[in-house]
Design a protein around this ligand. Structure first.
Ligand code: CO
Length: 288
């Protein structure tokens, strides 16, 4: 399949390729930080992307005990394993393989994310999406979807897309967030396949390969992505993705940039340092 050649479409190409850094978070869960580390501190409106993936129970058993959030959203996409979520407002849910939880922390909550298994593989992603100033102190909210609630489409032969957020060929994902109009796709390409997809113009976007190899762009601009590499996409609209001989699986994520000042410290992401200090004070006074 060739890319559209109409005058009005421009190909998006990878302007940077980054690989994550091994780190640990929570009570010692091993993970790879792809956005939010030194290489790529943020990609407005995205503040953090962690990939967790291990067969070793000791890498995840400690989980993420009670911790607060304020001022942004956390998106958990499970690929393998089971994780139980609880918060101090009485919400509870079980994340199973293929499920998605989109949590809007808003003005604040305290929650835990703990493994619901003693052995076996645990694999998935957590993405942090910023909120605009007007929504940072809003009500906390959950959008939780079981695997069967995530629509699947085949835009071309050999390409399977799970639409978590956004639209592909008229198939709309269940997540709604007008502030950043996010796109979140899980794209699987069989060996030697390609797909052209028009991303929302003006959105910042990235592709992260978690299985196999892929190539972003075409011709001289094409950039290969190995497993566990993220391509930051430049401006334009149409993205051309192709897979290597072993196929590829990747997440393709885009969002409208907020272009607001970011003051972040640990689990709090506000616009000013003073608001972050207020978040600490409110948390310590039990106001979450
Ligand atoms: Co959390």
């Amino acid at each position: 399949m060739t890319a559209p050649t109409t005058d009005t479409s421009t190909l998006r190409r990878a302007v940077a390729v980054v690989s994550g850094q091994p780190t640990s978070d929570g009570a010692g869960v091993k993970l790879t930080r792809v956005i939010g580390g030194g290489e790529l501190p943020d990609l407005d409106p995205f503040l953090l992307l962690d990939e967790f993936g291990t067969d070793r129970a000791e890498d995840y058993l400690a989980g993420f005990p009670d911790h607060p959030h304020r001022g942004f959203e956390t998106v958990t996409y499970m690929l393998d394993g089971r994780m139980r979520h609880r918060d101090n407002h009485g919400n509870e849910g079980l994340l199973v393989p293929g499920s998605v939880q989109w949590m809007t922390a808003g003005r604040g909550l305290v929650h835990s994310e703990m493994p619901e298994q003693q052995e076996g593989r645990m694999r998935g992603f957590q993405l942090w999406v910023n909120l605009p100033a007007r929504d940072k102190m809003g009500e906390p909210r959950y959008q939780e979807f079981a695997p069967e609630q995530i629509p699947v489409t085949h835009p071309v032969e050999g390409v399977t897309v799970k639409v978590i957020a956004g639209v592909v060929d008229g198939v709309r994902g269940p997540i709604v967030q007008p502030a950043t109009e996010p796109l979140y796709l899980d794209v699987a390409l069989d060996p030697g396949r390609s797909w052209d997809y028009a991303l929302p113009e003006g959105h910042n976007a990235f592709a992260y390969v978690f299985e196999g190899h892929a190539r972003l762009g075409e011709g001289d601009d094409a950039r290969p992505l190995a497993t566990h590499e993220l391509g930051v996409l430049g401006g334009g609209d149409v993205l051309h993705i192709a897979s290597g001989d072993e196929g590829a699986r990747l997440i393709l994520v885009a969002g409208r940039p907020l272009r607001e000042p970011v003051a972040r410290y640990g689990p709090f992401v506000m616009n000013t340092k003073q608001e972050v200090m207020q978040a600490f004070a409110d948390f310590q006074e039990g106001k979450f």
